[in-house]
Design a protein around this ligand. Structure first.
Ligand code: CP
Ligand code: NVA
Length: 309
């Protein structure tokens, strides 16, 4: 296969992630103030097309990959499960083989991570993880970019997570392993992250403190992060919301963190649930920079997948 799959951050590794972040910073600066659809001067993906397959909803991932391809000189198209043959039972394997004949890379957003691996196994072109129930690596490249831009070098950073131990947290733990920062996790019983990601971070030398006490996790942290309490495809149960309530990122929790601590959220947010309006709208909240950085991060991911980084 020409090119490389990006199923998780470890596929790239620390040096490539550092290169992606540096490239994103350079490209973002080089086109500052330009009309959004004007291609970058070098058009490194001219003549290339990305096929995006969505088995779940998306705003940021869909728009950022589409605009990323335009800015890199290429194009993108979308297949929704509901309107494609995937939604009528055509296999992932056959879809991968067909798309490989017509597009130069595939981005898949799906539920079961095994479907992503199957897509990669059968595709002859790079496959990118646009979110699975297990992980969301593209989001984390944007998050790391946002932290660096806001003056927070990654090594040794204390990143605190509150609420549901979900796909986004799993990828933060993988990033901690690769980029040498530390993670404090505050989740209620029964909603812990995947143990393999905790182990990966610890094995790489990152400190991972897991507590049921949100205040303890926030104490002196550099970054506070949360996400929806109910991810796509999950049940919206009263029990889960009740269990999550003590883990809301609010002004009292922010007050325990460093005075210059930042607030991150991958969005979409449920203001009043996982985050208070006061924190979400505060100057320490950089969630819309983080959302914009999906575009700049996705360009770097694409360039790496095409062997151009
Ligand atoms: N953060 C994120 O992945 O957003 P979308 O679900 O809108 O793509
Ligand atoms: N954890 C969320 C992230 C959405 C971008 C979900 O999987 O729905």
């Amino acid at each position: 296969m020409a090119g490389r799959h990006f199923l998780d951050l470890s596929d790239a590794g620390p040096d490539a992630i550092a290169a992606m972040l540096a490239n994103a910073i350079d490209r973002k600066a080089a086109r500052s103030g330009w009309p959004k659809a004007r291609p970058d001067a070098d058009q490194p993906l001219a003549g290339h097309v990305l096929g995006m397959v969505f088995e779940k909803n998306s705003t940021r991932t869909r728009v950022s990959f589409d605009m990323a391809m335009r800015q890199l000189g290429g194009a993108a198209l979308v297949l929704d499960a509901s309107s494609s043959q995937l939604g009528r039972g055509e296999s992932i394997a056959d879809t991968a083989r067909v798309l490989s004949r017509m597009v130069d890379a595939i981005m898949l957003r799906t539920d079961d991570h095994a479907k992503l691996e199957e897509m990669a196994h059968h595709a002859d072109v790079p496959v990118i993880n646009g979110l699975t129930d297990l992980s969301h690596p593209c989001q984390i490249v944007a998050d790391l970019l946002t932290l660096i831009e806001h003056g927070k070098p990654l090594p040794g950073l204390e990143v605190a997570w509150f609420g549901d131990g979900n796909n986004v947290l799993n990828s933060i733990l993988e990033a901690a392993a690769l980029m040498k920062f530390n993670v404090r996790i505050a989740t209620p019983q029964g909603y812990d992250p995947d143990a393999r990601f905790v182990e990966m971070a610890r094995a790489a030398g990152a400190s991972v403190v897991h507590t049921r006490d949100a205040a303890q996790a926030a104490e002196g942290a550099d970054v506070l992060v949360t996400d929806t309490w109910v991810s796509m495809g999950q049940e919206h149960t009263h029990n889960k919301l009740a269990a999550m309530a003590p883990y809301q990122v609010n002004e009292a929790l922010m007050a325990r963190a460093r005075p210059d601590a930042l607030f991150l959220h991958c969005l979409p947010a449920h203001v009043g649930e996982e985050v208070s309006e006061g924190v979400f709208e505060s100057p320490r909240s950089v969630v819309f920079d983080e959302a914009e950085n999906r575009l700049h991060a996705q360009k770097s991911v694409l360039l790496w997948c095409f062997g151009k980084l």
